[in-house]
Write a protein of this length. Structure first.
Length: 300
């Protein structure tokens, strides 16, 4: 099943995407986090009512927004989860080299980064001169759990969507090599276009791609992950509760702009597209936005 959040008459509405239409779920179901968190019987009733009696709109007429708009915590993220991406960065981390990790590398992003699948990516050259793209598969947690065994991990997933983990590489280096700041600039992470439940996907064979201005720069299978999805969930939940509606980014494959020779960084007016088999695409354009405002922080 494919779930979307759309903007309709100035309000967010949940819907089920099927056969070129979106069947609207009753507003009483709440937002996507409410729907995911609801008891199975309640959720099933809302879905059944939408499919049998709910109003419908043509999918091509709908304005999709980020499927999850309300976060109870930061966006949870995984770094270096494709070995080819880890290796392509050797010698290019500006003195912040590390050994190949023996366990997943986690970090977080501010929820204020999240935008919709076609929204403008906020861009300000005063904030960073190194704007990079990262195509990623995102997990949406459906069932709470702490210290989840690997054998049970996939049962905690509600569905999958796509993310573009837009990164400011100079900010990553500036702040001691940790990634929070260099990946938390407001309005810079497209998420969506919808949440697809696991039964509709052959997850290891999802092909992730990223194009910049029509040029294919990333192209890999999810099966190439260094640490597979069940291991990510087991490691991240070790001693730490995951909640319904939590979003986990699973890492990006090789081909990022920072590791290329010559380097490729995004700029105002660029169009970046992230695709994933069975999930759809994110298509966004960078638009100059006043992010630095009156700040007296200087990067030089």
């Amino acid at each position: 099943m494919k779930f979307a959040t759309i903007s309709l008459n100035g309000e967010d509405r949940l819907g089920i995407v099927r056969d070129g239409e979106i069947a609207l779920i009753a507003p009483t179901a709440g937002d996507m986090v409410d729907l995911i968190s609801a008891p199975i019987e309640t959720r099933d009733t809302a879905i059944r009512d939408a499919l049998s009696n709910g109003p419908r709109i043509a999918a091509h007429d709908a304005t999709l927004v980020a499927p999850i708009r309300r976060f109870r915590r930061d966006v949870l993220c995984t770094g270096w989860n494709y070995w080819d991406h880890f290796e392509e960065g050797r010698g290019k981390r500006e003195g912040q080299e590390v050994d190949r990790p023996k366990a997943p590398t986690f970090f977080t992003k501010s929820p204020d980064v999240v935008i919709g699948p076609t929204a403008a990516i906020a861009y300000d050259a005063r904030v960073s001169s190194k704007w990079d793209y990262e195509a990623e598969l995102a997990i949406v947690i459906g069932k709470a759990g702490r210290s989840i065994p690997r054998a049970e991990a996939l049962g905690h997933i509600f569905g999958y969507c796509l993310a573009n983990d837009v990164s400011q590489r100079d900010l990553q280096r500036r702040h001691g090599g940790q990634w929070l700041k260099g990946k938390s600039i407001d309005g810079t992470m497209p998420l969506g276009p919808m949440i697809v439940t696991p039964d509709e996907l052959d997850v290891p064979n999802i092909r992730l791609q990223c194009e910049l201005n029509g040029r294919l720069l990333q192209d890999a299978l999810v099966a190439q992950m260094a640490f597979p999805i069940d291991e990510l969930i087991a490691e991240l939940s070790f001693g730490m509760t995951l909640h319904p509606g939590d979003v986990i980014l699973t890492g990006t494959p090789s081909g990022v702009g920072n590791a290329r020779e010559p380097q490729i960084f995004m700029k105002d007016g660029d169009e970046v597209v992230v695709r994933g088999t069975g999930i759809g695409e994110l298509r966004n354009r960078l638009v100059t936005t006043d992010l630095a405002a009156r700040s007296d922080v200087r990067l030089d």
